[in-house]
Design a protein around this ligand. Structure first.
Ligand SMILES: [Mg+2]
Length: 193
């Protein structure tokens, strides 16, 4: 496939590739950053090299920009060639009415969330909506582009987690296709059975 037709995979960080916490459930975190203990999700190395060989790759997290830059420096090889690294300032700040429904009122101070809108990517980079996959543990972050999203389980620091290995197998399906949106992704683990 010619270089310019590669699928772009946009990766979330927290609970997708790493787990950062002040109160770890497990021992042996991998590194510390801004007073957080950070666990790297098992099989990250295999996952990242598989992606590099088959896709274009970028990072987009709703965490603060400086945190995102530092985490990326820690977990990606220097020559990895990420197409972009975006943090919170590229997200869109939206009211989250579902939280208000839970408690019965809307609180202007806490019921907002940062979401990722793909149009920002297609405006700036030469990919169409059909050529972009988002991998994010939080479905609401990709609520306007669910046809592009794959939702892994939340990583909480468990060393036995094998989600990234499963994702490598699943992503084989997407290597040579022209429209990622035609593939149903909601029950992606079932395809592996
Ligand atoms: Mg996340």
């Amino acid at each position: 496939m010619p270089e310019e037709n590669k699928i772009l995979v946009i990766l979330d960080l927290d609970e997708t590739l790493i787990h950062a916490t002040r109160n770890p459930l497990y021992e042996n975190w991998d590194f510390e950053l801004f007073n957080y203990k950070i666990f790297i999700r098992p099989h990250l190395h295999v996952f990242l090299s598989f992606l590099k060989d088959n896709f274009d790759v970028a990072v987009w997290s709703s965490a603060s920009d400086d945190y995102v830059t530092k985490v990326v420096e820690e977990i990606f090889p220097d020559d990895y060639g990420l197409k972009f690294v975006w943090g919170r300032t590229k997200c869109t700040y939206k009211p989250d009415y579902s939280k208000a429904e839970e408690i019965g009122y809307f609180d202007y101070y806490s019921h907002f969330e940062y979401i990722k809108i793909l149009k920002k990517v297609t405006k700036k980079f030469p990919y169409t909506k059909e050529q972009i996959l988002i991998i994010d543990d939080t479905p609401r972050k990709a609520m306007y582009n669910f046809g592009n999203a794959i939702y892994p389980s939340e990583f909480n620091g468990d060393k036995n987690d094998n989600e990234l290995e499963l994702l490598v197998n699943y992503l084989e399906t997407f290597k040579d296709i022209s429209n990622v949106r035609t593939i149903e992704k909601r029950n992606w683990r079932d395809v592996l059975k």
